[in-house]
Design a protein around this ligand. Structure first.
Ligand SMILES: [Ca+2]
Ligand SMILES: [Ca+2]
Ligand SMILES: [Ca+2]
Ligand SMILES: [Ca+2]
Length: 322
């Protein structure tokens, strides 16, 4: 028979399985060795136990450490919150995040509150973002009720409000992101009044124009079927009286899609053919691109009287009451 000795195996650990000697394999290993798959390998006594111990120790240690850390952190956070957090909460509200160039934006802080029920020590508004060439500014930087501003350029604006509580600790800032767009265009001037049966009339004078001429847009010359030629040769700068009213309380409405530059003047006439004596309160609303940009009120007290209400300048769209 040929005896093969696997390399590296000690002779006394050799498997003996000669031909003609069937039966259970017998492996004799030296002290300090164990049989594995028919060969003797060096036993690593205590390995299993050692590993088990290590694992157990590690687990125990980890658990202990984690618990300790958690407890410590929680306590520290709680203490810090109590000591340094403001009891004031700043809130800014406005109608829409989309705003219109040259139209006033109102920012309301009245929903802000203090969890301790104390009065605010101070409020600070900041316009933190505006287009690079913008000169827009807040009407108030210290009011705790409201502030306003008028975006002068298309672009992004951000307003921030910080409230200091009675202990002198500042709230987290409330921030409001706004995007200013050009109005979709189009001037609309609308007249409403309070006493029916009186027939008030809306008149709009072309820059430099006179009442009851073709430089005055009113019921007599300016309806959708008539129309006037104002400004340049195109029609977008022409006025139209799109709503007329005689028996009710309005509205009467004049529109110009793209007014030429200049100062236009608005009058209200108390038409004498329909007569109601006494005061008749009226309101003229100015819209640009469908957005209300200004409103002027007055009172028509005398039949056949013309009341100068306001001027509106283009291209600035500034309204000046008269
Ligand atoms: Ca009248
Ligand atoms: Ca009328
Ligand atoms: Ca024209
Ligand atoms: Ca009247």
């Amino acid at each position: 028979m040929t005896l093969r000795i696997p390399p590296g195996l000690p002779l006394f650990g050799l498997l003996v399985a000669a031909a003609g000697c069937p039966g259970p394999k017998v492996v004799l290993c030296a002290t300090g060795e164990v049989e594995v798959d028919g060969v003797c390998v060096e036993a690593e006594e205590g390995d299993a136990d050692t590993d088990a111990d290590s694992d157990a120790d590690s687990d125990a240690d980890s658990d202990t450490d984690t618990d300790a850390d958690t407890d410590t952190d929680t306590d520290a956070d709680t203490d810090a919150d109590t000591d340094t957090d403001s009891t004031a909460y700043a809130i800014i509200e406005t109608d829409s995040s989309i705003i219109v160039v040259d139209s006033l934006v109102t920012l309301d802080a009245s929903e802000s509150y203090d969890t301790a029920g104390e009065s605010f020590a101070s409020c600070t508004w900041t316009l933190t973002t505006r287009p690079s060439r913008s000169a827009a500014a807040l009407s108030s930087t210290t009011s705790c009720s409201r502030s306003t501003f008028t975006p002068d350029l298309v672009g992004d604006y951000t307003v921030e409000l910080v409230i200091r509580d009675s202990r002198g600790i500042d709230s987290a800032p409330a921030t409001l992101d706004l995007v200013a767009e050009e109005g979709s265009g189009g001037l609309a001037i609308e007249l409403t009044w309070t006493q029916a049966g009186d027939d008030l009339d809306l008149h709009l004078l072309n820059p430099g124009g006179s009442l009851v001429t073709d430089d005055d847009c009113y019921y007599g010359n300016c309806t959708v079927t008539e129309g006037l030629e104002w400004g340049g040769t195109g029609t977008s700068d022409n006025p139209t009286l799109v709503l007329d009213d005689i028996p009710g309380t309005g509205p009467e409405r004049i529109e110009i899609e793209a007014p030429a530059s200049g100062i236009y003047t608005v009058y209200v006439h108390d038409y004498p053919g329909s007569s109601v004596d006494g005061a008749n309160a009226f309101t003229v609303d100015f819209y640009w691109g469908g957005v209300l940009i200004d409103s002027v009120s007055g009172s028509a007290d005398v039949e056949d009287e013309y009341y100068a209400v306001a001027e509106i300048d283009f291209p600035s769209r500034r309204v000046s009451p008269l």
